[in-house]
Design a protein. Structure first.
Length: 146
C-alpha cells in the first residue's frame, strides 16, 4: 500500500524522475560517442536507439508536471562516469533498474491519488525501463568472465 501522497509531492517526485530522464538522455548520447573496441558498432547502435525512448519519457513527464501546476526541472542528475564498454553497460543497468523501480512506485502513488491516466502511463514507462534493463543484461553476459 503506497504511503499517502499529495499532488504537490507527486509533482516533486515526477520532477525527480524528469531529472533522471534528462540524465539518461545525456548518458546514452555520451556513451554512444565514447564507446570503443570491437563491440563499438553494436553498442553505439544500442545506445543511440535508447535516446528516443528516454526523450519521450522526459517529454511526457515535463508535460504532466506542467498540467499538474508544477515547473519542470531543466537540471539533469549527474551521469555516471564510465570508460570501458562494460562500465557503461553496468551504469546503464543500474540506471534502468532504478528507473523501473521509481516508475512502479510512482504508478502506485498516482493510483492512490485517483490519477488513472498517469498511473497507466507510468506502468508503461516501468515496462519500457524493464525491457531496457533486460536487454542490457543480455549484452552484459558477454563480459561475465571479466
Amino acid at each position: 500500500m503506497p504511503a499517502n501522497i499529495t499532488q504537490d509531492q507527486l509533482v516533486d517526485a515526477l520532477n525527480e524522475d524528469l531529472a533522471f530522464e534528462l540524465s539518461s538522455m545525456i548518458q546514452y548520447l555520451t556513451y554512444a560517442a565514447k564507446v570503443s573496441g570491437p563491440s563499438r558498432p553494436e553498442l553505439k547502435t544500442f545506445f543511440e536507439a535508447e535516446i528516443p525512448d528516454e526523450t519521450g519519457h522526459a517529454q511526457y513527464l515535463a508535460g504532466k508536471i506542467v498540467a499538474l501546476g508544477g515547473e519542470p526541472t531543466t537540471t539533469p542528475k549527474p551521469v555516471a562516469r564510465a570508460v570501458s564498454a562494460k562500465e557503461m553497460l553496468q551504469a546503464i543497468l543500474a540506471a534502468e533498474t532504478d528507473a523501473h523501480d521509481r516508475y512502479a512506485k510512482r504508478s502506485a502513488q498516482a493510483e492512490a491519488l485517483g490519477m488513472k491516466g498517469l498511473q497507466v502511463q507510468l506502468e508503461d514507462m516501468a515496462r519500457d525501463e524493464s525491457e531496457h534493463r533486460d536487454e542490457t543484461l543480455r549484452i552484459l553476459r558477454r563480459w561475465e568472465d571479466d
